[in-house]
Design a binder for this molecule. Structure first.
Ligand code: AMP
Length: 539
């Protein structure tokens, strides 16, 4: 007989799969509302139970179309009920849901779909134009269509569900892939992150803790972060785990639509990027008495730095804001900043100074920072270094093994964020070593913009930096050196860029300079450019 005190086999080797979370919601909280706003503004009301029942039929239909274990089902959808059904159906049938970001340029979408080898795509009818620009032959295209009309050769979502019988979820192991998401690469090509069932279950569990999002069965969650951004920060899974209700805002994330939903659905918890909440604050300031937000307990902001003005502004309206830090590579929750009890009696300013930090690591996430010489920096709130993290929902490698240099030999992920860590373990992001601009929560590759600019016949050199922007957090600024005797206007350069870049990615500011400062090794010295232009004074 084996000695189980030595082998540690006293407990059930229970597999941590999303199946357990979703079946729990189906069985224990089937009447929980799922509210979805349609593009015409109308609200569709269903329940968690209905959502999972439809997910079972959807899974059977996908299976009949040949989607097998581990195969990718792509989505081009907004925050809508069908997306939630796919979030549950695809991983539970053993396949992998791959959420595509419709705002990416066609070239990136084509690369991503091909790299992930997506077999099927489910697309909202409002995004058929985006799908047309994707140069990848999906085996099947399934259209979510409110009128029932759909292009020749495609399948229609509702008829597929109507014609299928419910699938019994197959047993799957916890380390199986469940979801896939691509993140921007510094040199242009996006990198695939694959989330396992186990990672997402553990992430959901910790996300629900009081010092993280604080989600219970009494909550009504409105993910104001797109479901194509790191699984809407895992909220659809956290909702299933906790038995919470969910409100999906559809394609529109404008402030009035969000505020209307927060009020009408008595939302208790919402999350998103600061840009969206800057506009919400403007709307609240303009009409302070229009909305009743008495049900709202917490707004979790992340994805970009939280400006103190936003914190103070929302505070004035009685809205509690907490900030978290995370990445596509960290599922995403890595740190969370809630006020420690020692600061309860501190002046408001001191509290805000603390709350504007990115926070302490959540349970199971470990962090450290290393300086340029590779030495670990002390936790003294002064020394700066690149943040490294590890934990059960932190990637150990990208899909296809790309960018292996992001992982240290001893198993840590190098984030590219430059931080200070205080003695409490609370981080402050001070800079980014990765060459990217984050505008309104979406990435723009400065290296790609530079390469394209330098392909213009009048341009000798170009360097792109992020400059602070009140509305979008950051915007790209291009410093350009023209070739001797050559001319170009900013409009002409923007036109040249627009061949490859989406409109929102084009720099408003193109500054002509005589030379671009260089480091000792001959690289563009972006810190010097940031000093020159970063204050926004050189506009
Ligand atoms: P993504 O993979 O698109 O979610 O982007 C992750 C990156 O966004 C991080 O590496 C940071 O550079 C940035 N980021 C995320 N959260 C914050 C935050 N709270 N403050 C500042 N930057 C953040």
């Amino acid at each position: 007989m084996t000695d189980n005190l030595l082998t540690g086999l006293m407990m059930d080797d229970f597999q941590l799969t999303l199946t357990t979370l979703v079946e729990r919601a189906e069985r224990l909280s089937p009447t929980r509302p799922v509210v979805s706003r349609r593009p015409d503004g109308s609200l569709e009301r269903t329940t968690m139970g209905d959502c999972v029942r439809r997910a079972r039929r959807l899974a059977a239909a996908l299976s009949a179309l040949g989607v097998g274990i581990g195969e990718r089902v792509a989505t081009l959808l907004w925050n809508q009920a069908e997306h939630l059904e796919l979030y549950y159906a695809v991983p539970l049938m053993g396949a992998v849901i791959h959420t595509l970001n419709p705002r990416l340029p066609p070239d990136d979408l084509t690369y991503i779909a091909a790299h992930a080898a997506d077999r099927v795509i489910v697309v909202d009818e409002s995004l058929l134009g985006v799908l047309e620009s994707v140069g990848w032959a999906f085996k099947h295209v399934i259209v979510v269509s409110r009128s029932g009309a759909h292009p020749v050769g495609s399948l229609e979502y509702e008829s597929l569900i109507a014609s299928a019988r419910a699938l019994d979820w197959p047993p799957i192991g916890e380390r199986r892939a469940a979801v896939m998401c691509y993140t921007s690469g510094t040199t242009g090509r996006p990198k695939g992150v694959v989330y396992s069932h186990r990672a997402l279950v553990l992430h959901s569990l910790v996300a629900a803790m009081p010092d993280v999002h604080g989600i219970s069965a009494r909550d009504v969650i409105l993910p104001a972060v797109p479901m194509f951004h790191v699984n809407a920060w895992g909220l659809p899974f956290t909702a299933a785990l906790a038995g919470a209700s969910i409100v999906l805002p559809g394609p529109r994330l404008d402030p009035v639509s969000i505020l209307d939903l927060l009020e009408s659905e008595r939302v208790t918890f919402t999350a998103g990027v600061p840009t969206v909440w800057m506009s919400v604050l403007e709307a609240l300031d303009a009409e302070p008495d229009r909305w009743d937000l008495s049900a709202l307990q917490r707004v979790s902001l992340g994805g970009a730095a939280l400006p103190v003005s936003l914190l103070e502004g929302l505070d004035r309206h009685g809205v509690t804001v907490v900030q978290g830090w995370g990445m596509t590579e960290t599922s995403p929750v890595g740190t969370m900043c809630l006020l420690p009890s020692e600061l309860d009696a501190a002046p408001r300013d001191a509290q805000h100074e603390y709350l504007a930090r990115q926070g302490v690591p959540v349970p199971f996430v470990e962090l450290r920072a290393r300086d340029e010489d590779g030495e670990l920096v002390p936790w003294d709130d002064r020394a700066m270094g690149e943040l490294e993290v590890r934990g059960p929902w932190v990637v150990a490698g990208y899909h296809d093994g790309t960018d292996a240099d992001k992982f240290t030999a001893d198993g840590w992920f190098r984030t590219g964020d430059i931080v200070r860590i205080d003695p409490r373990g609370c981080i402050r992001i001070c800079d980014r070593s990765k060459d990217l601009v984050k505008s309104g929560g979406e990435w723009i590759s400065s290296v790609d913009l530079e390469n394209r600019l330098m392909a213009h016949r009048s341009v000798a050199e170009a360097a792109v930096i992020a400059v602070p922007d009140d509305r979008w957090g950051e915007r790209p600024l291009a410093a350009v050196v023209l070739r001797d005797g050559m001319q170009a206007t900013p409009e002409e350069l923007r036109r040249h860029l627009s061949i490859e870049f989406a409109k929102w990615q084009l720099p408003e500011r193109i500054e002509f300079v005589r030379a671009i400062p260089r480091t000792a090794t001959g690289k563009f010295k972006k810190t010097a450019l940031r000093e020159q232009f970063g204050s926004g004074l050189a506009a």
